[in-house]
Design a protein around this ligand. Sequence first.
Ligand code: CS2
Length: 491
Amino acid sequence: MNRLSNATLADLPADVICPAYDRAAVACGVVHLGIGAFHRAHQAVVFDDALNAGDLRWGIIAASLRSPAVRDQMAPQDGLYTMLVRDGAAEQARLIGAVRQVIVAPEEPQALLAALASPDTHIVTLTVTEKGYKLDPSTGALIESDPQLAADLISLDRPQTAPGYLVAALALRRAAALPPFTAISCDNLPHNGRRLRAAVIALANRHDPALADWIAAEGAFPETMVDRIVPATTPDDIVALAQRIGVEDQAMVKTEPFIQWVIEDRFCGPRPDFGAGVQVTAAVAPWEEAKLRLLNGAHSGIAYLGGLAGIDHVHEVLALPEARHFVESLWDEAETTLSPPAELDVAAYRRELMARFDNPTLKHRTRQIAMDGSQKLPQRLLATIAARLEAGQGIDALALAVAAWVRWQAGVDDLGQGHQVDDPLAAAMASVLEGAGDAESRVAAILAFDPVIPADLAGNAQFATALTHWLAILETQGARGALAAFSGVTA
Ligand code: CS2
């Protein structure tokens, strides 16, 4: 079967939405670091909207900081890919043309630096995952012992990290008397702009304090909240799409109709006239906190409990009434810690979230969400727990979610199936848990693990008791038993 490309565009069925602009006339005003499926279904779509609206400055040069996989999928397709929006029986296919080039950074570091330093480039977006910022999850300080960051601290000739590329490119721009770009973190980190700025300035300062001062004065690192559920594409998805559109698309992404991008109004250069789905606002933190604590907090709880129960997909976990009860209870707890924006109706948001999680055609894998828990828990669950405890409130559902994460570290589910703990701190966590003979000592070991557990929670007896209670139940009765116990139903 032919591959999707410029040459096969004319063969597509009429219901596939195609770019309405001349791709050859597009300038690349955006460089993106970390071209995974999330970027292709979120920011790239927003820039594609700007191109469709006739502003041809917003093509994207995207980079992968590690693997050539996405470049190898997209290059034979002239950078084209299909975004499949699925909601129950409804499905819409749209070709996104915004990505003009994909660079594999380790193969061509100079090409990426040249793109970042180009006068055409106004915005740099990043989806490098929580761990890509090289910041300690509990304190936000640079992890100087990280081998890639350590290399960037010595030399930026061939940067290894995202902050390293930004610093090296900003130095080139300053030397060429160009303004900096606006750098937008699109990862689910609290205060992602502030964190990215801190990482970049700290690294710049180690190389050239005058550069650090220039970045601090002239650069812009807006805070953002990004939201769209984008499950990893499976080989079956690619086969099904090929049957539908008559050409093979190795770079397709599948997603839900919902899209939201809240961006702080802090740009140091041009930006597109953002359309639907994007809000530019003075205060992002309340949006970000609500999304992290409600959507992502529930997601992590569903992922570990569902994963332990041997359930593959989010919507299948939520088919269990006791799992729905658990999610609602977790939201009841999280909701009291929020200061939601005036425009956000939390009750309606919760209903909408449940409906998004229930979408049966997305097939969002619990294991995908379970990845990198050490990087995710602080902002999704632990900060919420700290706020509840400080207010003298209960933490039952939140503690069950964290206990399921602790249980997940054992690498075996309730059915005896092994799983890999896919997490940069997996080995360190395994070693602190090794030799802990019972739930109480495992909880004590995890609570003393300071890369993840913030100091105010480490010594909290109420948290330790709640975690031990749920971990003991998970270990003896499994996740289904724990959910039943949580609901007060007999397993
Ligand atoms: C998920 C997120 O994988 C995960 O950890 O919780 O990717 C989630 O789907 C997005 O944040 C939704 O916007």
